[in-house]
Ligand binder design. Structure first.
Ligand SMILES: [Zn+2]
Ligand SMILES: [Zn+2]
Ligand SMILES: [Zn+2]
Ligand SMILES: [Zn+2]
Length: 790
């Protein structure tokens, strides 16, 4: 996903392997990124570009006029089955392929408005009705959507508008007696009903005060940091040779305190599961739901009412405004390149978009400066000290102000020492040029080079294009900048995630959900990039749209470093795996306290992987042969044997989860109870597999509506989560949230209130007071407190 597709990767790697040794050496030993780029791109042949184009043409990214009727038909099928979400997504796919101002697009919008109506999404429904009418919705069908519009307006309490729409419709009838008599009668009846509804609502609103105002306001940084405007005043930017740039606490920080709130400088939506290349005609139109069907291409907002780009089918937005903004900022250049960008991967796409955005900061100065700076050989200055993780710049601390080069202490800062979310800061993130393999650099350079040539070709094909041709004149400079971004991304790409709530199988009606973190996009956040890694971090990161927030997850004392986990967390990965991952991707050896501690006691595994004695239940200890920890017991057993038993159990649990998915609840429960019985004889009660079983059992009982049993099992799964991730971890917060939903549904008021409070306490620290989860918990609480005693 991040890197180019395998076909292109292996093509380039083979091309590399066939290069004469002398040329390989020239590229491998090149001092500067510019040299790497120029040498590599001179080797890009027309047949390479032809091959790349053939790969790119495998993606359906343009408009296909035959697709809208297909998707509308498929959407109608879902609609009939009352799967309104599924229907909406398919109508959206149809819309994205339809040309503006055609019957196809207006019909799809109108159908989508109906699906949205049934999901109680009245505002969105209204917008879609307007869109349908704007694109030429057939006159004969107008009354149908107009009545829907009135229903929405009434429900939303916009009674004057509703009244006016009814009057307009009536006078329209009067003017056109051609409407068939039967149809006219139905309409009359509907109008009557709606009029009554309007009057009723008018009476109600007269006696009731306005609705409650939003309880929570968006929490913001307590006090803005003068030096780093995206950070709180309780942190400070430091730099030393060992750690590079980093943030420390300038005062004691409490759990949950907001430390950084930063909008991505650049972000690119992760397209989600890719359709296989060159698929047959039969499955040409994909009906699968991907990120691109649910999240805005620009701001990543979740929406079911997408508005597509007029020129392509792959860029879809939450609103017309987002579409126009994206067009002005970057999409006017990207629009015709959809297939190529999907082939070359997200890193290449982010690199392109970063340079396109840089135009608006007058940062072309920075990029032009690149060519002079890189010839000074400081582009790839080797790291002399042990590479503890560092995002330190390789360019020295220079910045340009009024044409003068001024030395500033910290790279990426401006002349006043301010570090901002801007292109200058992005430009100074480390590319680690010397750590990447020559093949990888060759792949990146050729990919960028091919992209530049396509942009150039697109420019020359429309000489009077509104956008200034930025790349023609300075192609190699921009190419070098993009290459630098591509190399930076391996260490500095930040995954933008969201929490997706999925209803537990069989319990869609009952509002019990599983939370799952999904990756939405890849972005660059220059301030977040200042944070160094720890396998046991003291912060927690979450996202709303493209904005990252970093909160303290525990108390941080004055003078301590602010640390964030790059992925390998100690509660999810063994020390050896973490070390290996960090070395391969980030080029450093982790020496965080957890790593140091765990390296010295490698034989005792964590509790969530521990085995128990089958005879007495005490923990087993040892290496290949485990023996009972109890002195009075002589039991011993081989590790391989136990591991194969665990694997067998895991297979069975997987089978049970499948049964659950198919709604075969009783069979799933029988299987799981058998597994649990088995597990008791050799696994610790806090083993992660035991947690999975208890969680699956909780799901099964929830689906049966047996809240009590479900809650009992979930509480056991909670113990495992607590042992593995800690009592105040975000994982614990999600489990508590689920448990609160169970108690709520079972109307166990004291238990529900108690669990809501626990969940709130944990989730507030990670997500802050405005998150969806906290709002949901608040709603449950007030509902429980308002409910009459039984
Ligand atoms: Zn948007
Ligand atoms: Zn487009
Ligand atoms: Zn570590
Ligand atoms: Zn024993």
């Amino acid at each position: 996903m991040d890197l180019p597709v395998d076909e292109w990767k292996s093509y380039i790697f083979q091309k590399w392997s066939l290069l004469p040794k002398s040329i390989q050496d020239t590229i491998s030993t090149a001092d500067t990124l510019k040299d790497i780029f120029l040498h590599s791109s001179s080797l890009l042949q027309p047949e390479d570009e032809t091959f790349l184009k053939s790969l790119a043409s495998g993606y359906l990214v343009g408009k296909d006029p035959n697709a809208p009727p297909f998707y509308r038909e498929e959407g109608n099928k879902k609609f009939q089955k009352k799967d309104y979400v599924g229907a909406t997504v398919l109508y959206s796919k149809g819309i994205s392929h339809a040309r503006p101002h055609t019957a196809d697009i207006s019909l799809c919008y109108a159908n989508r408005s109906a699906a949205l109506f049934y999901m109680d999404e009245y505002e969105m429904c209204l917008k879609d009705i307007t869109r349908a009418q704007m694109h030429g919705y057939p006159e004969s069908l107008q009354p149908k959507v107009t009545l829907r519009k009135v229903e929405c307006l009434v429900t939303l309490g916009r009674l004057q508008e509703a009244g006016q729409t009814i009057r307009d419709l009536e006078s329209n009838f009067a003017a056109k007696p051609t409407v068939a008599a039967a149809q006219f009668q139905i309409l009359q009846r509907n109008l009557c009903r709606l009029k009554m509804k309007v009057q009723e609502r008018e009476r109600l609103t007269a006696t009731f005060p306005t609705t409650l105002t939003k309880i929570f306001e968006d929490m913001d940084l307590r006090e803005v940091n003068e030096q780093i405007p995206c950070a709180s005043s309780s942190v400070s930017l430091c730099m030393d040779p060992l750690r590079g740039r980093y943030l420390i606490a300038t005062e004691d920080i409490l759990p949950g305190e907001l430390l950084v709130k930063e909008d991505a400088f650049v972000s690119v939506l992760n397209p989600g599961e890719r359709p296989p290349l060159h698929q047959g005609l039969a499955s040409k139109w994909d009906t699968r739901v991907t990120n691109g069907d649910l999240y805005c291409h620009r701001c990543l907002t979740h929406t079911l009412a997408m508005v597509p780009c007029d020129g392509c089918s792959y860029a879809k937005y939450c609103s017309h405004e987002c579409m126009q903004q994206a067009w002005g900022l970057y999409h006017n250049r990207e629009c015709p390149l959809g297939g190529l960008l999907l082939t070359l991967g997200i890193f290449c796409h982010v690199a392109l978009r970063a340079t396109l955005l840089a135009r608006f900061e007058g940062a072309s100065k920075v990029i032009r400066k690149l060519s002079s700076e890189i010839s000074n050989k400081d582009m790839c200055s080797p790291e002399s000290e042990t590479p503890v993780h560092t995002l330190r710049s390789d360019l020295g601390g220079e910045s340009e102000e009024n044409g003068n080069i001024v030395q500033t202490p910290v790279p990426g800062c401006d002349v006043n020492g301010k570090y901002e979310n801007n292109y200058n800061a992005v430009f100074h993130l480390l590319p680690h040029t010397e750590h990447h393999s020559p093949e990888y650099k060759f792949l990146c350079a050729l990919s960028v080079s091919a992209l530049c040539r396509q942009l150039e070709a697109a420019d020359s094909s429309k000489p009077d294009a509104a956008a200034p041709p930025i790349l023609c004149s300075e192609l190699s400079t921009w190419g070098v900048a993009m290459l630098k971004h591509m190399l930076q991304l391996q260490c500095n790409a930040q995954a933008i995630t969201t929490i997706q709530q999925t209803a537990l199988s069989g319990s869609e009606e009952n509002n019990v959900t599983n939370s799952r973190q999904v990756r939405l996009a890849t972005g660059i956040f220059p301030v977040v990039s200042l944070l160094n890694h720890s396998c046991s971090p003291n912060t927690s990161m979450s996202f709303v749209s493209t904005v990252a927030t970093v909160r303290a997850s525990e108390k941080i004392a004055k003078g301590q470093e602010i640390l964030h986990c790059y992925g390998p967390h100690h509660s999810r990965m063994a020390v050896a795996d973490r070390q290996q991952k960090l070395r391969a991707q980030y080029f450093f050896d982790c020496s965080c306290p957890v790593c140091q501690k765990e390296k010295h006691r490698a034989t005792v595994g964590p509790r969530w992987e521990a085995f128990c004695c089958g005879r007495c239940g005490a923990l087993l200890q040892g290496g290949d042969v485990l023996s009972c920890g109890s002195t009075s017991c002589m039991e011993s057993v081989s590790r391989d044997h136990l591991i194969s038993r665990v694997q067998d159990l895991q297979r069975q649990v997987g089978g049970a989860q499948k049964l659950l998915g198919n709604g075969q609840l009783e069979q799933a429960i029988q299987l799981l109870l058998g597994c649990r019985h088995d597990a008791e004889s050799f696994l610790s009660p806090e083993h992660s597999v035991v947690g999975e079983m208890e969680d699956a059992l909780a799901q099964a009982y929830a689906a049966l509506g047996d809240w009590q049993k479900s809650a009992a099992h979930l509480q056991k799964s909670l113990q495992v989560v607590e042992a593995q991730h800690g009592p105040s971890s975000v994982e614990m917060g999600h489990e508590l949230f689920k448990l609160a939903q169970l108690f709520f549904n079972g109307f166990a008021i004291p238990e529900a209130l108690n669990t809501i409070e626990r969940a709130e306490k944990v989730l507030l620290v990670h997500y802050g007071p405005c998150s969806d989860e906290i709002q949901e918990l608040q709603k449950m609480k007030s509902c429980l407190l308002d409910s009459p005693p039984i």
